[in-house]
Design a protein around this ligand. Structure first.
Ligand SMILES: CC(C)(COP(=O)(O)OP(=O)(O)OC[C@H]1O[C@@H](n2cnc3c(N)ncnc32)[C@H](O)[C@@H]1OP(=O)(O)O)[C@@H](O)C(=O)NCCC(=O)NCCS
Length: 166
């Protein structure tokens, strides 16, 4: 079972009891503005099951980020297998609760996940798939050392592929 410690957070695997926590992000139209829509509780359950499958099949997935001091749920960050233009890629994903934006938490989690990818998983390349207008997400990608690789269409939407290699 994966557990990652950062200065302010613990990252742990999600389970079906996390639905209510995840809904703090999925039901927020502002947090979800660059996704196709907000998500229902049923979709949150599907999301959790998808991550549990990824833990089992690939040893990666999105992890729950909780503050060490209080145990408060603040977001999710992790590594997700993706197919981009016919190529298998590993993506760093991050979605945080709006109350916890602008504190550097997403960057702190993404840095720890990036280093976990290098050191524990021996990955040599990580990407981020970012809808072109999602400036906060672009800034996180840049803060963890990624740069723009290319622009492509993902599900008919113009998407920027940021990447970093070791
Ligand atoms: C993408 C997302 C995670 C970015 O969150 P964020 O809070 O902007 O990112 P960080 O946690 O790294 O915080 C950085 C900001 O906090 C500020 N900050 C405050 N204290 C800080 C600290 N100790 N360390 C670093 N930055 C700090 C920075 O100046 C920066 O502000 P700025 O963007 O105005 O320059 C957030 O917008 C989100 O969850 N969006 C919805 C889901 C989503 O779209 N995910 C991406 C899909 S591709």
């Amino acid at each position: 079972m994966i557990r990652i410690e950062t200065e302010r957070m613990t990252l742990r695997e999600m389970n079906l009891q996390d639905e209510k926590r995840l809904m703090e992000i999925f039901s927020d139209p502002i947090a979800m503005q660059y996704y196709t829509s907000t998500k229902t509780k049923e979709e949150a359950q599907k999301w959790i099951n998808w991550n549990i499958k990824n833990y089992e099949n690939y040893g990666v997935g999105l992890w729950i980020c909780e503050l060490k001091e209080t145990g408060t749920f603040v977001g999710q960050c992790g590594i997700v297998p993706q197919m981009v233009d016919g190529k298998n890629e590993m993506e760093i994903g991050y979605l945080f609760v709006r109350n916890y934006w602008h504190r550097g938490l997403a960057t702190e989690a993404a840095l720890a996940v990036r280093d976990f990818g290098w050191k524990k998983l021996q990955l040599s390349r990580l990407i981020s798939m970012i809808y072109e207008r999602n400036i906060p997400s672009i800034k996180v990608a840049e803060r963890i050392g990624m740069s723009l690789d290319k622009e492509t269409l993902i599900k008919d939407r113009p998407t920027l592929i940021y990447s970093i290699e070791v």
